[in-house]
Design a protein around this ligand. Structure first.
Ligand code: DAH
Length: 340
């Protein structure tokens, strides 16, 4: 038995020394310590030995098994280390290479236009206010001087939510004028961006779109102030020398009312397809706040006057960026949005 153990030890010593890969290491382990391995077989044979022999060979074989086991483990970890080192060397990183660009999102052009308009009006002392999208008839129409059953209500294709409570989706941001004036005493100088809803949908109309409303109420606010404010805005938003022109119009909540055109930003006023050869583009509605509206919110029209204006954000963005189809705003394709 001593001899056998010695042979096993010698054979093992030379084979483990030669061993260079994990497969061989595993084979050595199975041959010696596996279910039918040489050492395992010897251990199994112990039961047939006399008590004295068991006392001698038991510890000897156990020691042999443990020593083989730990040497194989050491070999395996050494081989693994070598494999890892080789891999690290072959995969050496070049830290001077430029990094891969990660794609970041951008603000939607509609949001960008709203932010830009807000910041221009802030320069003139306006503050930003918001109001509800689900509204009552009072704020959306009644208080803005749209009488019941008056044809001016037909200008807005309204989504009614319930007729009993008179809830509707606001058709314009002018509702916020009423909320603000009910809460604040003049001077009031606010800019009110938001979503509005109308039940029409075709190539140039979406049932949901965005408006920016403006309101300035104070003592002695004049039509000249309105004109100067709009001129300042359009020249900051479009080009420095963009001219505006005002055409008489009608809105129930302003008197007088105007529609405001900017000189065509595409052709500079010479006439092109976008401005239909007129040289002008309509961008917003405006006017002096109707005294009836001031009365509806308990502001004395004898003491105060004001101007208001409202513009479509999709239209502003279209003209600024040369976008020819409003559907592009809502498809949200990255290749479109990435350009802004
Ligand atoms: N609310 C109007 C609309 O949606 C736009 C508008 C016109 C707003 C004149 C105003 C204004 O504040 O003075 O068509």
């Amino acid at each position: 038995m001593h001899k056998q153990v010695e042979t096993i030890q010698n054979d093992f010593a030379s084979s483990i020394q030669k061993c260079l890969d994990l497969e061989t290491a595993d084979k050595i382990r199975v041959d010696l310590l596996g279910k039918k391995g040489t050492v395992t077989e010897l251990l199994k044979g112990m039961k047939d030995l006399s008590i004295e022999d068991k006392k001698i060979y038991g510890p000897l074989l156990n020691q042999l098994r443990d020593s083989i086991n730990s040497q194989i483990e050491a070999k395996i970890s050494q081989i693994n280390k070598e494999i890892m080192n080789k891999q690290l060397l072959s995969e050496k990183s070049d830290f001077s290479l430029p990094s891969q660009k990660t794609k970041t999102g951008t603000l939607h052009p509609i949001t960008q236009v709203i932010y830009e308009a807000e910041s221009i009006f802030k320069e003139l002392g306006f503050v930003v206010a918001e109001g509800p999208e689900v509204e009552t008839d009072f704020y959306n129409f009644e208080a803005l001087n749209f009488p019941h059953d008056h044809p001016s209500r037909d200008m807005h294709d309204t989504f009614y939510l319930d007729t009993k409570e008179n809830h509707l989706l606001r058709t314009h941001t002018s509702n916020v004028q009423i909320h603000v004036m009910k809460k604040m005493a003049p001077p009031v100088k606010v800019i009110m961006p938001g979503k509005v809803f109308r039940s029409d949908s075709d190539v140039s109309h979406s049932p949901v779109f965005h408006q920016i409303e403006g309101l300035y109420v104070d003592k002695n606010v004049s039509f000249a102030n309105l004109k100067a404010t709009l001129q300042y805005f359009t020249q900051r938003f479009f080009l420095k020398d963009t001219n505006i022109r005002l055409r008489p119009s009608y809105f129930p909540f302003t008197e007088p009312s105007v529609e405001v055109d900017v000189q065509c930003v595409i052709c500079g006023g010479k006439g092109c397809g976008v401005c239909k050869q007129t040289g002008w583009l309509e961008v917003l509605g405006a006017g002096m706040v109707d005294p009836n509206v001031l009365k509806n919110v308990n502001i004395d029209p004898e003491e105060y006057s004001g101007f208001a204006f409202g513009m479509g954000v999709e239209r502003l963005a279209m003209l600024k960026y040369g976008i020819d189809n409003i559907k592009l705003y809502y498809d949200n394709h990255a290749y479109f949005l990435e350009q802004f």
